[in-house]
Write a protein that binds this ligand. Structure first.
Ligand SMILES: [Zn+2]
Length: 315
């Protein structure tokens, strides 16, 4: 039997490691333990992720996006139902199926288009935002304002997934072992069709995919290729693609990101950076970098305080 004295530091270590490395593919549990209450919730140095990570429901406020994708929060978010005709939500234990209503509508539309245009039974939806957005205890730097969503590069199976499946199932890795191209055993023309359908949506601002996927899209896209400019290479994103929409119309304090550069982004010069050995296989730094202090509430738009303090929306 492991003594408690050993077990506690061990669990802390595991938790710390998870906080750093949590990825889209990390498995969850069907019985997530609620986070312990904070000893000093009013401490100004406390990470905003600790506060937003403890909110289970959206703020009962009119919908408003506050701040920037990697630096903000959302009031009045809407939940994507965990099952639809042509979508299912994964990793329910994370409680990240919340977003601006425009994003929820886009995902529903895209799910239907994936079936019609790409021949997928539907889409598997990964992380969107927390109920009130904000920074997360694990994973993403962005996804903070309800305008980002991850979609698995694995078609929805033709059955209702169990709670356990949704925590345990893994998406298919699209990259080849050497990371220089897609794995032809995994990649299909249907993958291109799904990403293209998303990129052609007018509200979509950017899509992030692994560089090997961008390379494949550049090689295989026929006809109108203007949508390729929205699809940008990004680290990770070889099991899922990331859809980002523009700031919704209407009043608010939503900060837009500059439009992606014109052009397909398909030249050797555009892609060379991503396939450099130092980028594909980065060497660990000689001196480990000092951990950055977490983003505090004071660093987010002031109205995010009201979002945190607001009562829960009706479930
Ligand atoms: Zn993402």
């Amino acid at each position: 039997m492991i003594s408690r004295l050993i077990l506690i530091p061990l669990l802390t270590l595991i938790a710390a490691a998870n906080a750093v490395t949590a990825l889209a593919q990390d498995k969850g549990t069907v019985n997530p333990k609620p986070l312990p209450p904070l000893a000093n919730p009013n401490d100004p140095n406390i990470g905003a992720k600790e506060l937003f990570g403890r909110k289970v429901l959206p703020a009962a406020m009119p919908t408003r996006v506050l701040g920037f994708y990697a630096h903000g929060c959302i009031a009045g978010a809407e939940g994507l139902p965990i099952n639809g005709d042509s979508w299912q939500v994964m990793r329910l234990s994370r409680n990240r199926n919340w977003a601006h209503p425009d994003m929820v509508a886009l995902l529903k539309r895209l799910a239907a288009r994936a079936r019609k245009e790409a021949g997928w039974p539907g889409i598997l939806v990964g992380d969107m935002s927390q109920p009130r957005g904000g920074p997360m205890l694990t994973g993403h730097a962005s996804h903070q304002v309800g305008l980002d969503a991850d979609i698995w590069l694995t078609p929805m199976p033709d059955r209702r997934l169990s709670r356990n499946d949704r925590e345990d199932m893994s998406a298919v890795m699209m990259g080849r072992r050497d990371r220089l191209d897609i794995d032809p055993a995994a990649w299909t023309p249907r993958h291109l069709a799904v990403i293209r359908a998303a990129a052609k949506e007018p509200s979509v601002q950017r899509i992030f995919v692994n560089a090997a996927i961008k390379k494949a899209l550049c090689r295989e896209a026929t006809g109108d290729r203007s949508w390729l400019s929205k699809v940008r290479p990004m680290y990770g994103h070889d099991y899922h693609f990331h859809v980002r929409i523009k700031c919704p119309a209407g009043p608010g304090e939503c900060e837009n990101q500059p439009e992606p550069a014109e052009g397909e982004g398909c030249s050797n010069g555009d892609l060379a950076y991503w396939f450099k050995d130092s980028v594909l296989h980065p060497k660990p730094p000689k001196v480990p970098p000092k951990p950055k202090p977490p983003m505090t509430l004071a660093q987010l738009p002031a109205a995010c305080r009201d979002v945190l303090a607001a009562p829960d929306a009706m479930p």
